[in-house]
Design a protein around this ligand. Structure first.
Ligand code: ADP
Ligand code: MG
Length: 390
């Protein structure tokens, strides 16, 4: 699903009010009835609201749906995108929107810039957009969920990602600096680097390997397991150092992070370790003589008062929210399933990566008005597009 900002400039301030009203109404109505939209928007003259509703529906920001009892509207992902962009614009977090740099299995990544011209990344979470590789059981489970819950889960993913990044960054872990979050989006520092997967030559694999394992251990000592620690989620900065090049790993992608107190902590920890080990063996032809690291040992050095998992929970991302998101993540799997699939493919041929292939969209998440037009080529000036809409 593309982020289509084309209609931004045509929305009037009343359109925005009505859009916000549909969002608010969606909190306790799967289908927001028209009278409720009118009531929340609080616009004078009911017929005017109808016009706003039809404007919004025409550009696909809301969609009309019938159920057994009444007709109503729901917010589309496009509408949610607009609301989040508008919030980031109003708070002067982002000024312009640039190219799309990544299509994850369940996210879209854009370059953006702050009013001061700092390059930033906008990550839009799109839970429910399932890879063609996932098994049928997953699709069946997911089909039974409404679009409302897709949006809710995407919001949870963004909130969780921002909460973890904030704390990890503060504690000096090599992660992008988080700048803001709104709804299903996170704005963060742009890291000028490629994922490990794209790095052809690693001069001293032993050093990088040790650093990555140490990072896994450091996280565990603070009560955390990344849960998707692999070559796609480790960006590697190449910094010239005299004649050689230093490789500096930076960790990204946090919606599946878990506590070391989790029932399956051992399994997730071992899987993170094993993923790195396997990647280094297969792709970089490097095998460490050392075993481990092991969760039990990492936890020996842990101080209870320094636990970050506890702090994140206290910061507003509650245990209940974590559970809801986790249920989804466990069903769908993270990048590691992608990594495994690519691995298997490598065994057949050392072919092209398929990770950039656009994933199939799930039936129920194809929003009305999604015209499939791509808007990748040029950057667009968000401020200009939003001008006059304040
Ligand atoms: P997903 O959850 O879809 O896997 P990621 O957070 O892993 O999303 O991001 C997908 C890709 O986008 C990454 O592999 C990386 O290439 C790029 N990317 C994400 N965040 C950043 C960032 N802060 N700076 C630079 N590139 C990024
Ligand atoms: Mg990722």
């Amino acid at each position: 699903m593309k982020l289509d900002t084309g209609a931004l400039r045509y929305l009037t301030s009343d359109d925005w009010r009505v859009l916000a009203a549909v969002e608010q109404g969606s909190k306790n109505h799967e289908l927001v009835p028209t009278p409720l939209i009118q009531q929340i928007a609080g616009l004078r003259g009911g017929s005017g609201t109808h016009k706003n509703i039809s404007n919004l529906a025409k550009v696909g920001l809301i969609a009309k749906v019938k159920n057994a009892k009444y007709d109503g509207y729901r917010l589309t992902y496009g509408g949610l995108d607009y609301l989040a962009l508008n919030t980031h614009r109003k708070s002067e977090t982002i000024y312009s929107l640039g190219n799309q740099i990544g299509v994850g299995k369940e996210s879209d990544i854009y370059i953006t810039a702050s009013p001061e011209g700092r390059q930033l990344v906008l990550k839009l979470h799109r839970l429910g957009r399932i890879s063609f590789r996932t098994v049928k059981a997953n699709r069946d489970y997911l089909r039974n969920r409404s679009t409302g819950s897709w949006m809710y889960l995407s919001r949870l993913a963004a909130q969780k990602e921002h909460a973890f990044m904030r704390i990890l960054h503060r504690e000096g872990f090599p992660v992008p600096e988080p700048v803001a979050w709104s709804r299903h989006t996170v704005v963060m520092e742009f890291i000028d680097a490629f994922p490990l997967r794209m790095i052809d030559h690693v001069g001293d694999p032993g050093k990088l390997y040790a650093e990555l394992m140490e990072m896994i251990v450091r996280l565990a000592r603070r009560g955390l397991i990344h849960g998707d620690f692999n070559e796609f989620n480790i960006l590697v900065k190449e910094v010239k150092n005299g004649d050689s090049v230093d490789l500096i790993p930076i960790l990204i992608d946090f919606p599946q992070m878990i506590s070391t107190n989790h029932t399956n902590a051992q399994m997730y920890f071992d899987r993170d370790v094993e993923g790195v080990r396997r990647y280094f063996e297969r792709r970089l032809r490097y095998t460490s003589d050392e075993e481990g690291p092991f969760l039990e040992e990492a936890l020996k050095g842990a101080k209870p008062e320094e636990r970050l998992d506890v702090e994140v929970e206290a910061s507003g991302f509650s245990r209940k929210m974590a559970k809801e998101l986790e249920r989804y993540v466990e069903t769908v799997g993270g990048d590691h399933s992608e990594a495994e699939a690519v691995d298997q493919q490598d065994e057949v041929s050392e072919g092209e990566d398929e990770i950039n292939e656009a994933p199939e969209e799930h039936d129920e998440t194809i929003e009305a008005g999604d015209d499939g037009v791509t808007h990748e080529a040029e950057g667009s000036d968000l401020a200009e597009q939003l001008d006059g809409l304040r």
